[in-house]
Design a protein around this ligand. Structure first.
Ligand SMILES: N[C@@H](CCC(=O)N[C@@H](CS)C(=O)NCC(=O)O)C(=O)O
Length: 258
């Protein structure tokens, strides 16, 4: 008798670029799922409980009794249990994985860089981002404890001048690499069609490229809040490439949250 596949629930932060990577992979692969957006601080207990790895990060994909934490592990699980996925052609697994790792590696730098440039100058907007998917009592706690939460974020993300400068260097190197890869006019980083290499690069850089299709990064208030931070990168071919990816391949978000 055929085994029924358990429904999938994706736990995310709305503004998380790692979550966007998995969300996009599910959407473009037509894999049904339900998305649950958690709020910072209130994600810790569920993430520890579901992930069982002593880690508090999102995204987490829940499939029945099983929960998979960490975006590369989630993609590997999807390939194994819902694949082969058209965006994960087996023949190019290795180069795809190399690009995935290259851009996963700057995810924290992107967050560090953007928070460093917006804490203090765009606090009202950050509070809005952190409370958009919160229950009324969670939102009240986030608002009341924002200065403390901001301090904790600064510690956790090592937001100090030297680390922020290093983050900027690392982002620049990744963008230099991407600019070189697409200099011959190619659209796809591996092979001649969309793969998770493109999805990862575009999703991880999306907070800087601000594509209009994304409910957070495309929002006018977000763009205004991040204006100064994204200004140095605006003219980069890499940024135009991210927006091209969103224009041509993002499609609707099907998890039911946005
Ligand atoms: N390696 C992880 C990184 C995920 C990650 O850093 N997620 C951030 C949001 S973008 C997070 O959950 N931060 C909160 C925390 O660490 O508690 C992945 O690929 O899923």
């Amino acid at each position: 008798m055929a085994k029924t596949m358990p429904p999938l629930t994706l736990y995310t932060f709305a503004m998380s670029h790692y979550s966007e990577k998995v969300r996009w992979t599910l959407d473009t692969s037509d894999i049904p799922y339900r998305e649950v957006c958690l709020s910072p601080a209130f994600h810790i207990a569920p993430a520890l409980r579901m992930g069982r790895r002593g880690q508090t990060t999102l995204p987490i994909l829940q499939a029945g009794q099983e929960a998979i934490q960490d975006s590369p592990r989630i993609l590997a699980w999807l390939q194994q249990h819902r694949g082969p996925l058209p965006v994960m052609p087996v023949a190019v697994t290795r180069p795809m994985r190399e690009v995935e790792q290259r851009f996963d590696a700057i995810g924290k730098d992107v967050a560090r860089y953007l928070y460093a440039h917006s804490f203090g100058s765009a606090d009202a907007h950050i509070v809005k981002l952190w409370t958009d998917h919160a229950s009324p009592w969670q939102a009240a706690i986030i608002r009341a404890t924002y200065p403390l939460m901001r301090w904790v974020f600064k510690q956790k993300l090592h937001i100090r001048p030297a680390r922020v400068a290093l983050a900027e260097d690392r982002i620049r190197l990744a963008m230099d690499w991407l600019d070189r890869e697409i200099a011959d006019g190619r659209h796809y980083l591996v092979g001649d069609r969309l793969t998770v290499a493109d999805i990862t690069a575009a999703a991880l850089l999306a907070p800087l490229a601000c594509p209009s299709q994304h409910p957070v990064y495309g929002d006018a208030a977000y763009r205004e809040g991040m204006k100064q931070a994204v200004a140095p990168w605006r003219q980069r071919p890499a940024m135009a490439w991210v927006r091209w990816m969103y224009d041509n391949h993002r499609g609707p978000m099907k998890g039911g949250v946005f």
